[in-house]
Design a protein. Structure first.
Length: 360
């Protein structure tokens, strides 16, 4: 008679993987995920997959839109300080902001957390931030994966990836194809650096001799680390309302590549943008980074959002209407430029009077 198989896992645990910790995490985050339920959600966590009902979500003839992203080396600061509660908001924001620029409503989100050793308390904080980001975006957290991989990651260090799926009714997607010379460029303010350029940020902090626990030179009421961890703004609700109002031609999420690389992604061939450098206030953190790191104004514009996290393009006649709409949605919005014919002798995005914004 076979002695049977002992149900244990001590060998696996000794090798660095704690199955019980994973189970504890699932139980800890079930209420967090449940709080993000929305129309169309069909199941809780724990299965092999999750269902979502598009008809129940209110769509008649939807086209699905998908996006995936991470948080980059902003994670290094969060882990250095042991502050994990907002990094999940960044993760959601980087994905759902990419969906909404196409006119898509984010429906659901999945996360992937990889670590050398699962710290249930830290992971719960991370996922609580993911749930908060989903709540702000109006999408459901329907699943994810936590991978414990000793040897691939050191100790409890972790990395994150996010996956968002949205939908837009067929023929209603924003593509920028209708943009034309003379259109107005509106800029929606950012909440700081968001989640791009942190390898440069960390290098500047290291060279400055400051510690993350020191007062921030640009915001002395906060620590430097706390200010740098300000989460990415989620523009979903305001931009969806604008897209559904009719007349909006394009949206551009200002992420990696900054102002100069992201706006051209939504412009048809033959068009460029002229931005007026003094038309919006450059957030103080960027002025500090530019001066402390001796970063040129041109490099700032192609690395960071410089105070503008989202750009909207519309006809001049619609400028006032969309300005009022965005402000009613609690966005700080300014008219920052104009769409112009492309010229081989100038950049696709030219910023007038830009150098003066970086003088202290």
């Amino acid at each position: 008679m076979s002695p049977g198989v002992a149900i244990g896992g001590e060998k696996y645990k000794a090798a660095g993987v704690d199955i019980d910790a994973g189970a504890d995490l699932v139980e800890a985050i079930k209420p967090l995920a449940g709080a993000t339920s929305r129309a169309g959600s069909m199941a809780g966590l724990g299965g092999f997959g999750a269902f979502f009902d598009l008809r129940a979500a209110g769509f008649d003839d939807p086209v699905l839109v998908a996006a995936t992203d991470g948080v980059g080396t902003k994670l290094e600061i969060a882990q250095n300080l042991g502050r994990h509660e907002t990094i999940g908001i960044d993760l959601v924001a980087m994905c759902v902001n990419d969906l909404v620029v196409q006119g898509a409503e984010p429906l659901f989100f999945l996360d992937y957390l990889a670590t050398g050793r699962l710290d249930v308390a830290a992971a719960t904080q991370v996922i609580s931030g993911i749930a908060e980001g989903c709540r702000r975006a109006g999408c459901a957290l329907i699943g994810g994966e936590t991978a414990e991989m000793p040897g691939m990651y050191q100790g409890s260090a972790y990395d994150l990836a996010g996956f968002a799926v949205g939908a837009v009714e067929r023929g209603k997607a924003l593509t920028g194809a209708e943009a034309s010379a003379g259109d107005v460029v509106l800029g929606l303010a950012s909440d700081g650096i968001h989640a791009n350029g942190y390898s440069l940020v960390r290098a500047i902090v290291a060279d400055s001799g400051l510690d993350y626990d020191d007062p921030a030179p640009f915001a002395t009421e906060q620590t430097l680390g706390g200010a740098l961890l300000t989460p990415t703004r989620i523009y979903v609700k305001s931009c969806l309302e604008a897209a559904r109002a009719g007349g909006l031609k394009a949206l551009a999420h200002i992420t990696g590549g900054g102002l100069t690389q992201n706006i051209p992604r939504v412009l048809p061939d033959g068009l460029a943008v002229r931005l007026e450098g003094g038309s919006w206030p450059v957030t103080p953190v960027f002025v500090w980074l530019a001066n402390a790191g001796a970063v040129s104004p041109g490099e700032m514009a192609r690395t960071f959002n410089c105070g503008i996290g989202m750009v909207a393009i519309c006809r001049p006649d619609d400028c006032e209407r969309f300005t009022k709409l965005f402000r009613a949605c609690d966005e700080n919005v300014q008219r920052i430029g104009t769409v112009v014919p492309a010229n081989s002798s100038v950049p696709t995005v030219a910023i007038q009077d830009w150098d003066a914004q970086w003088q202290t």
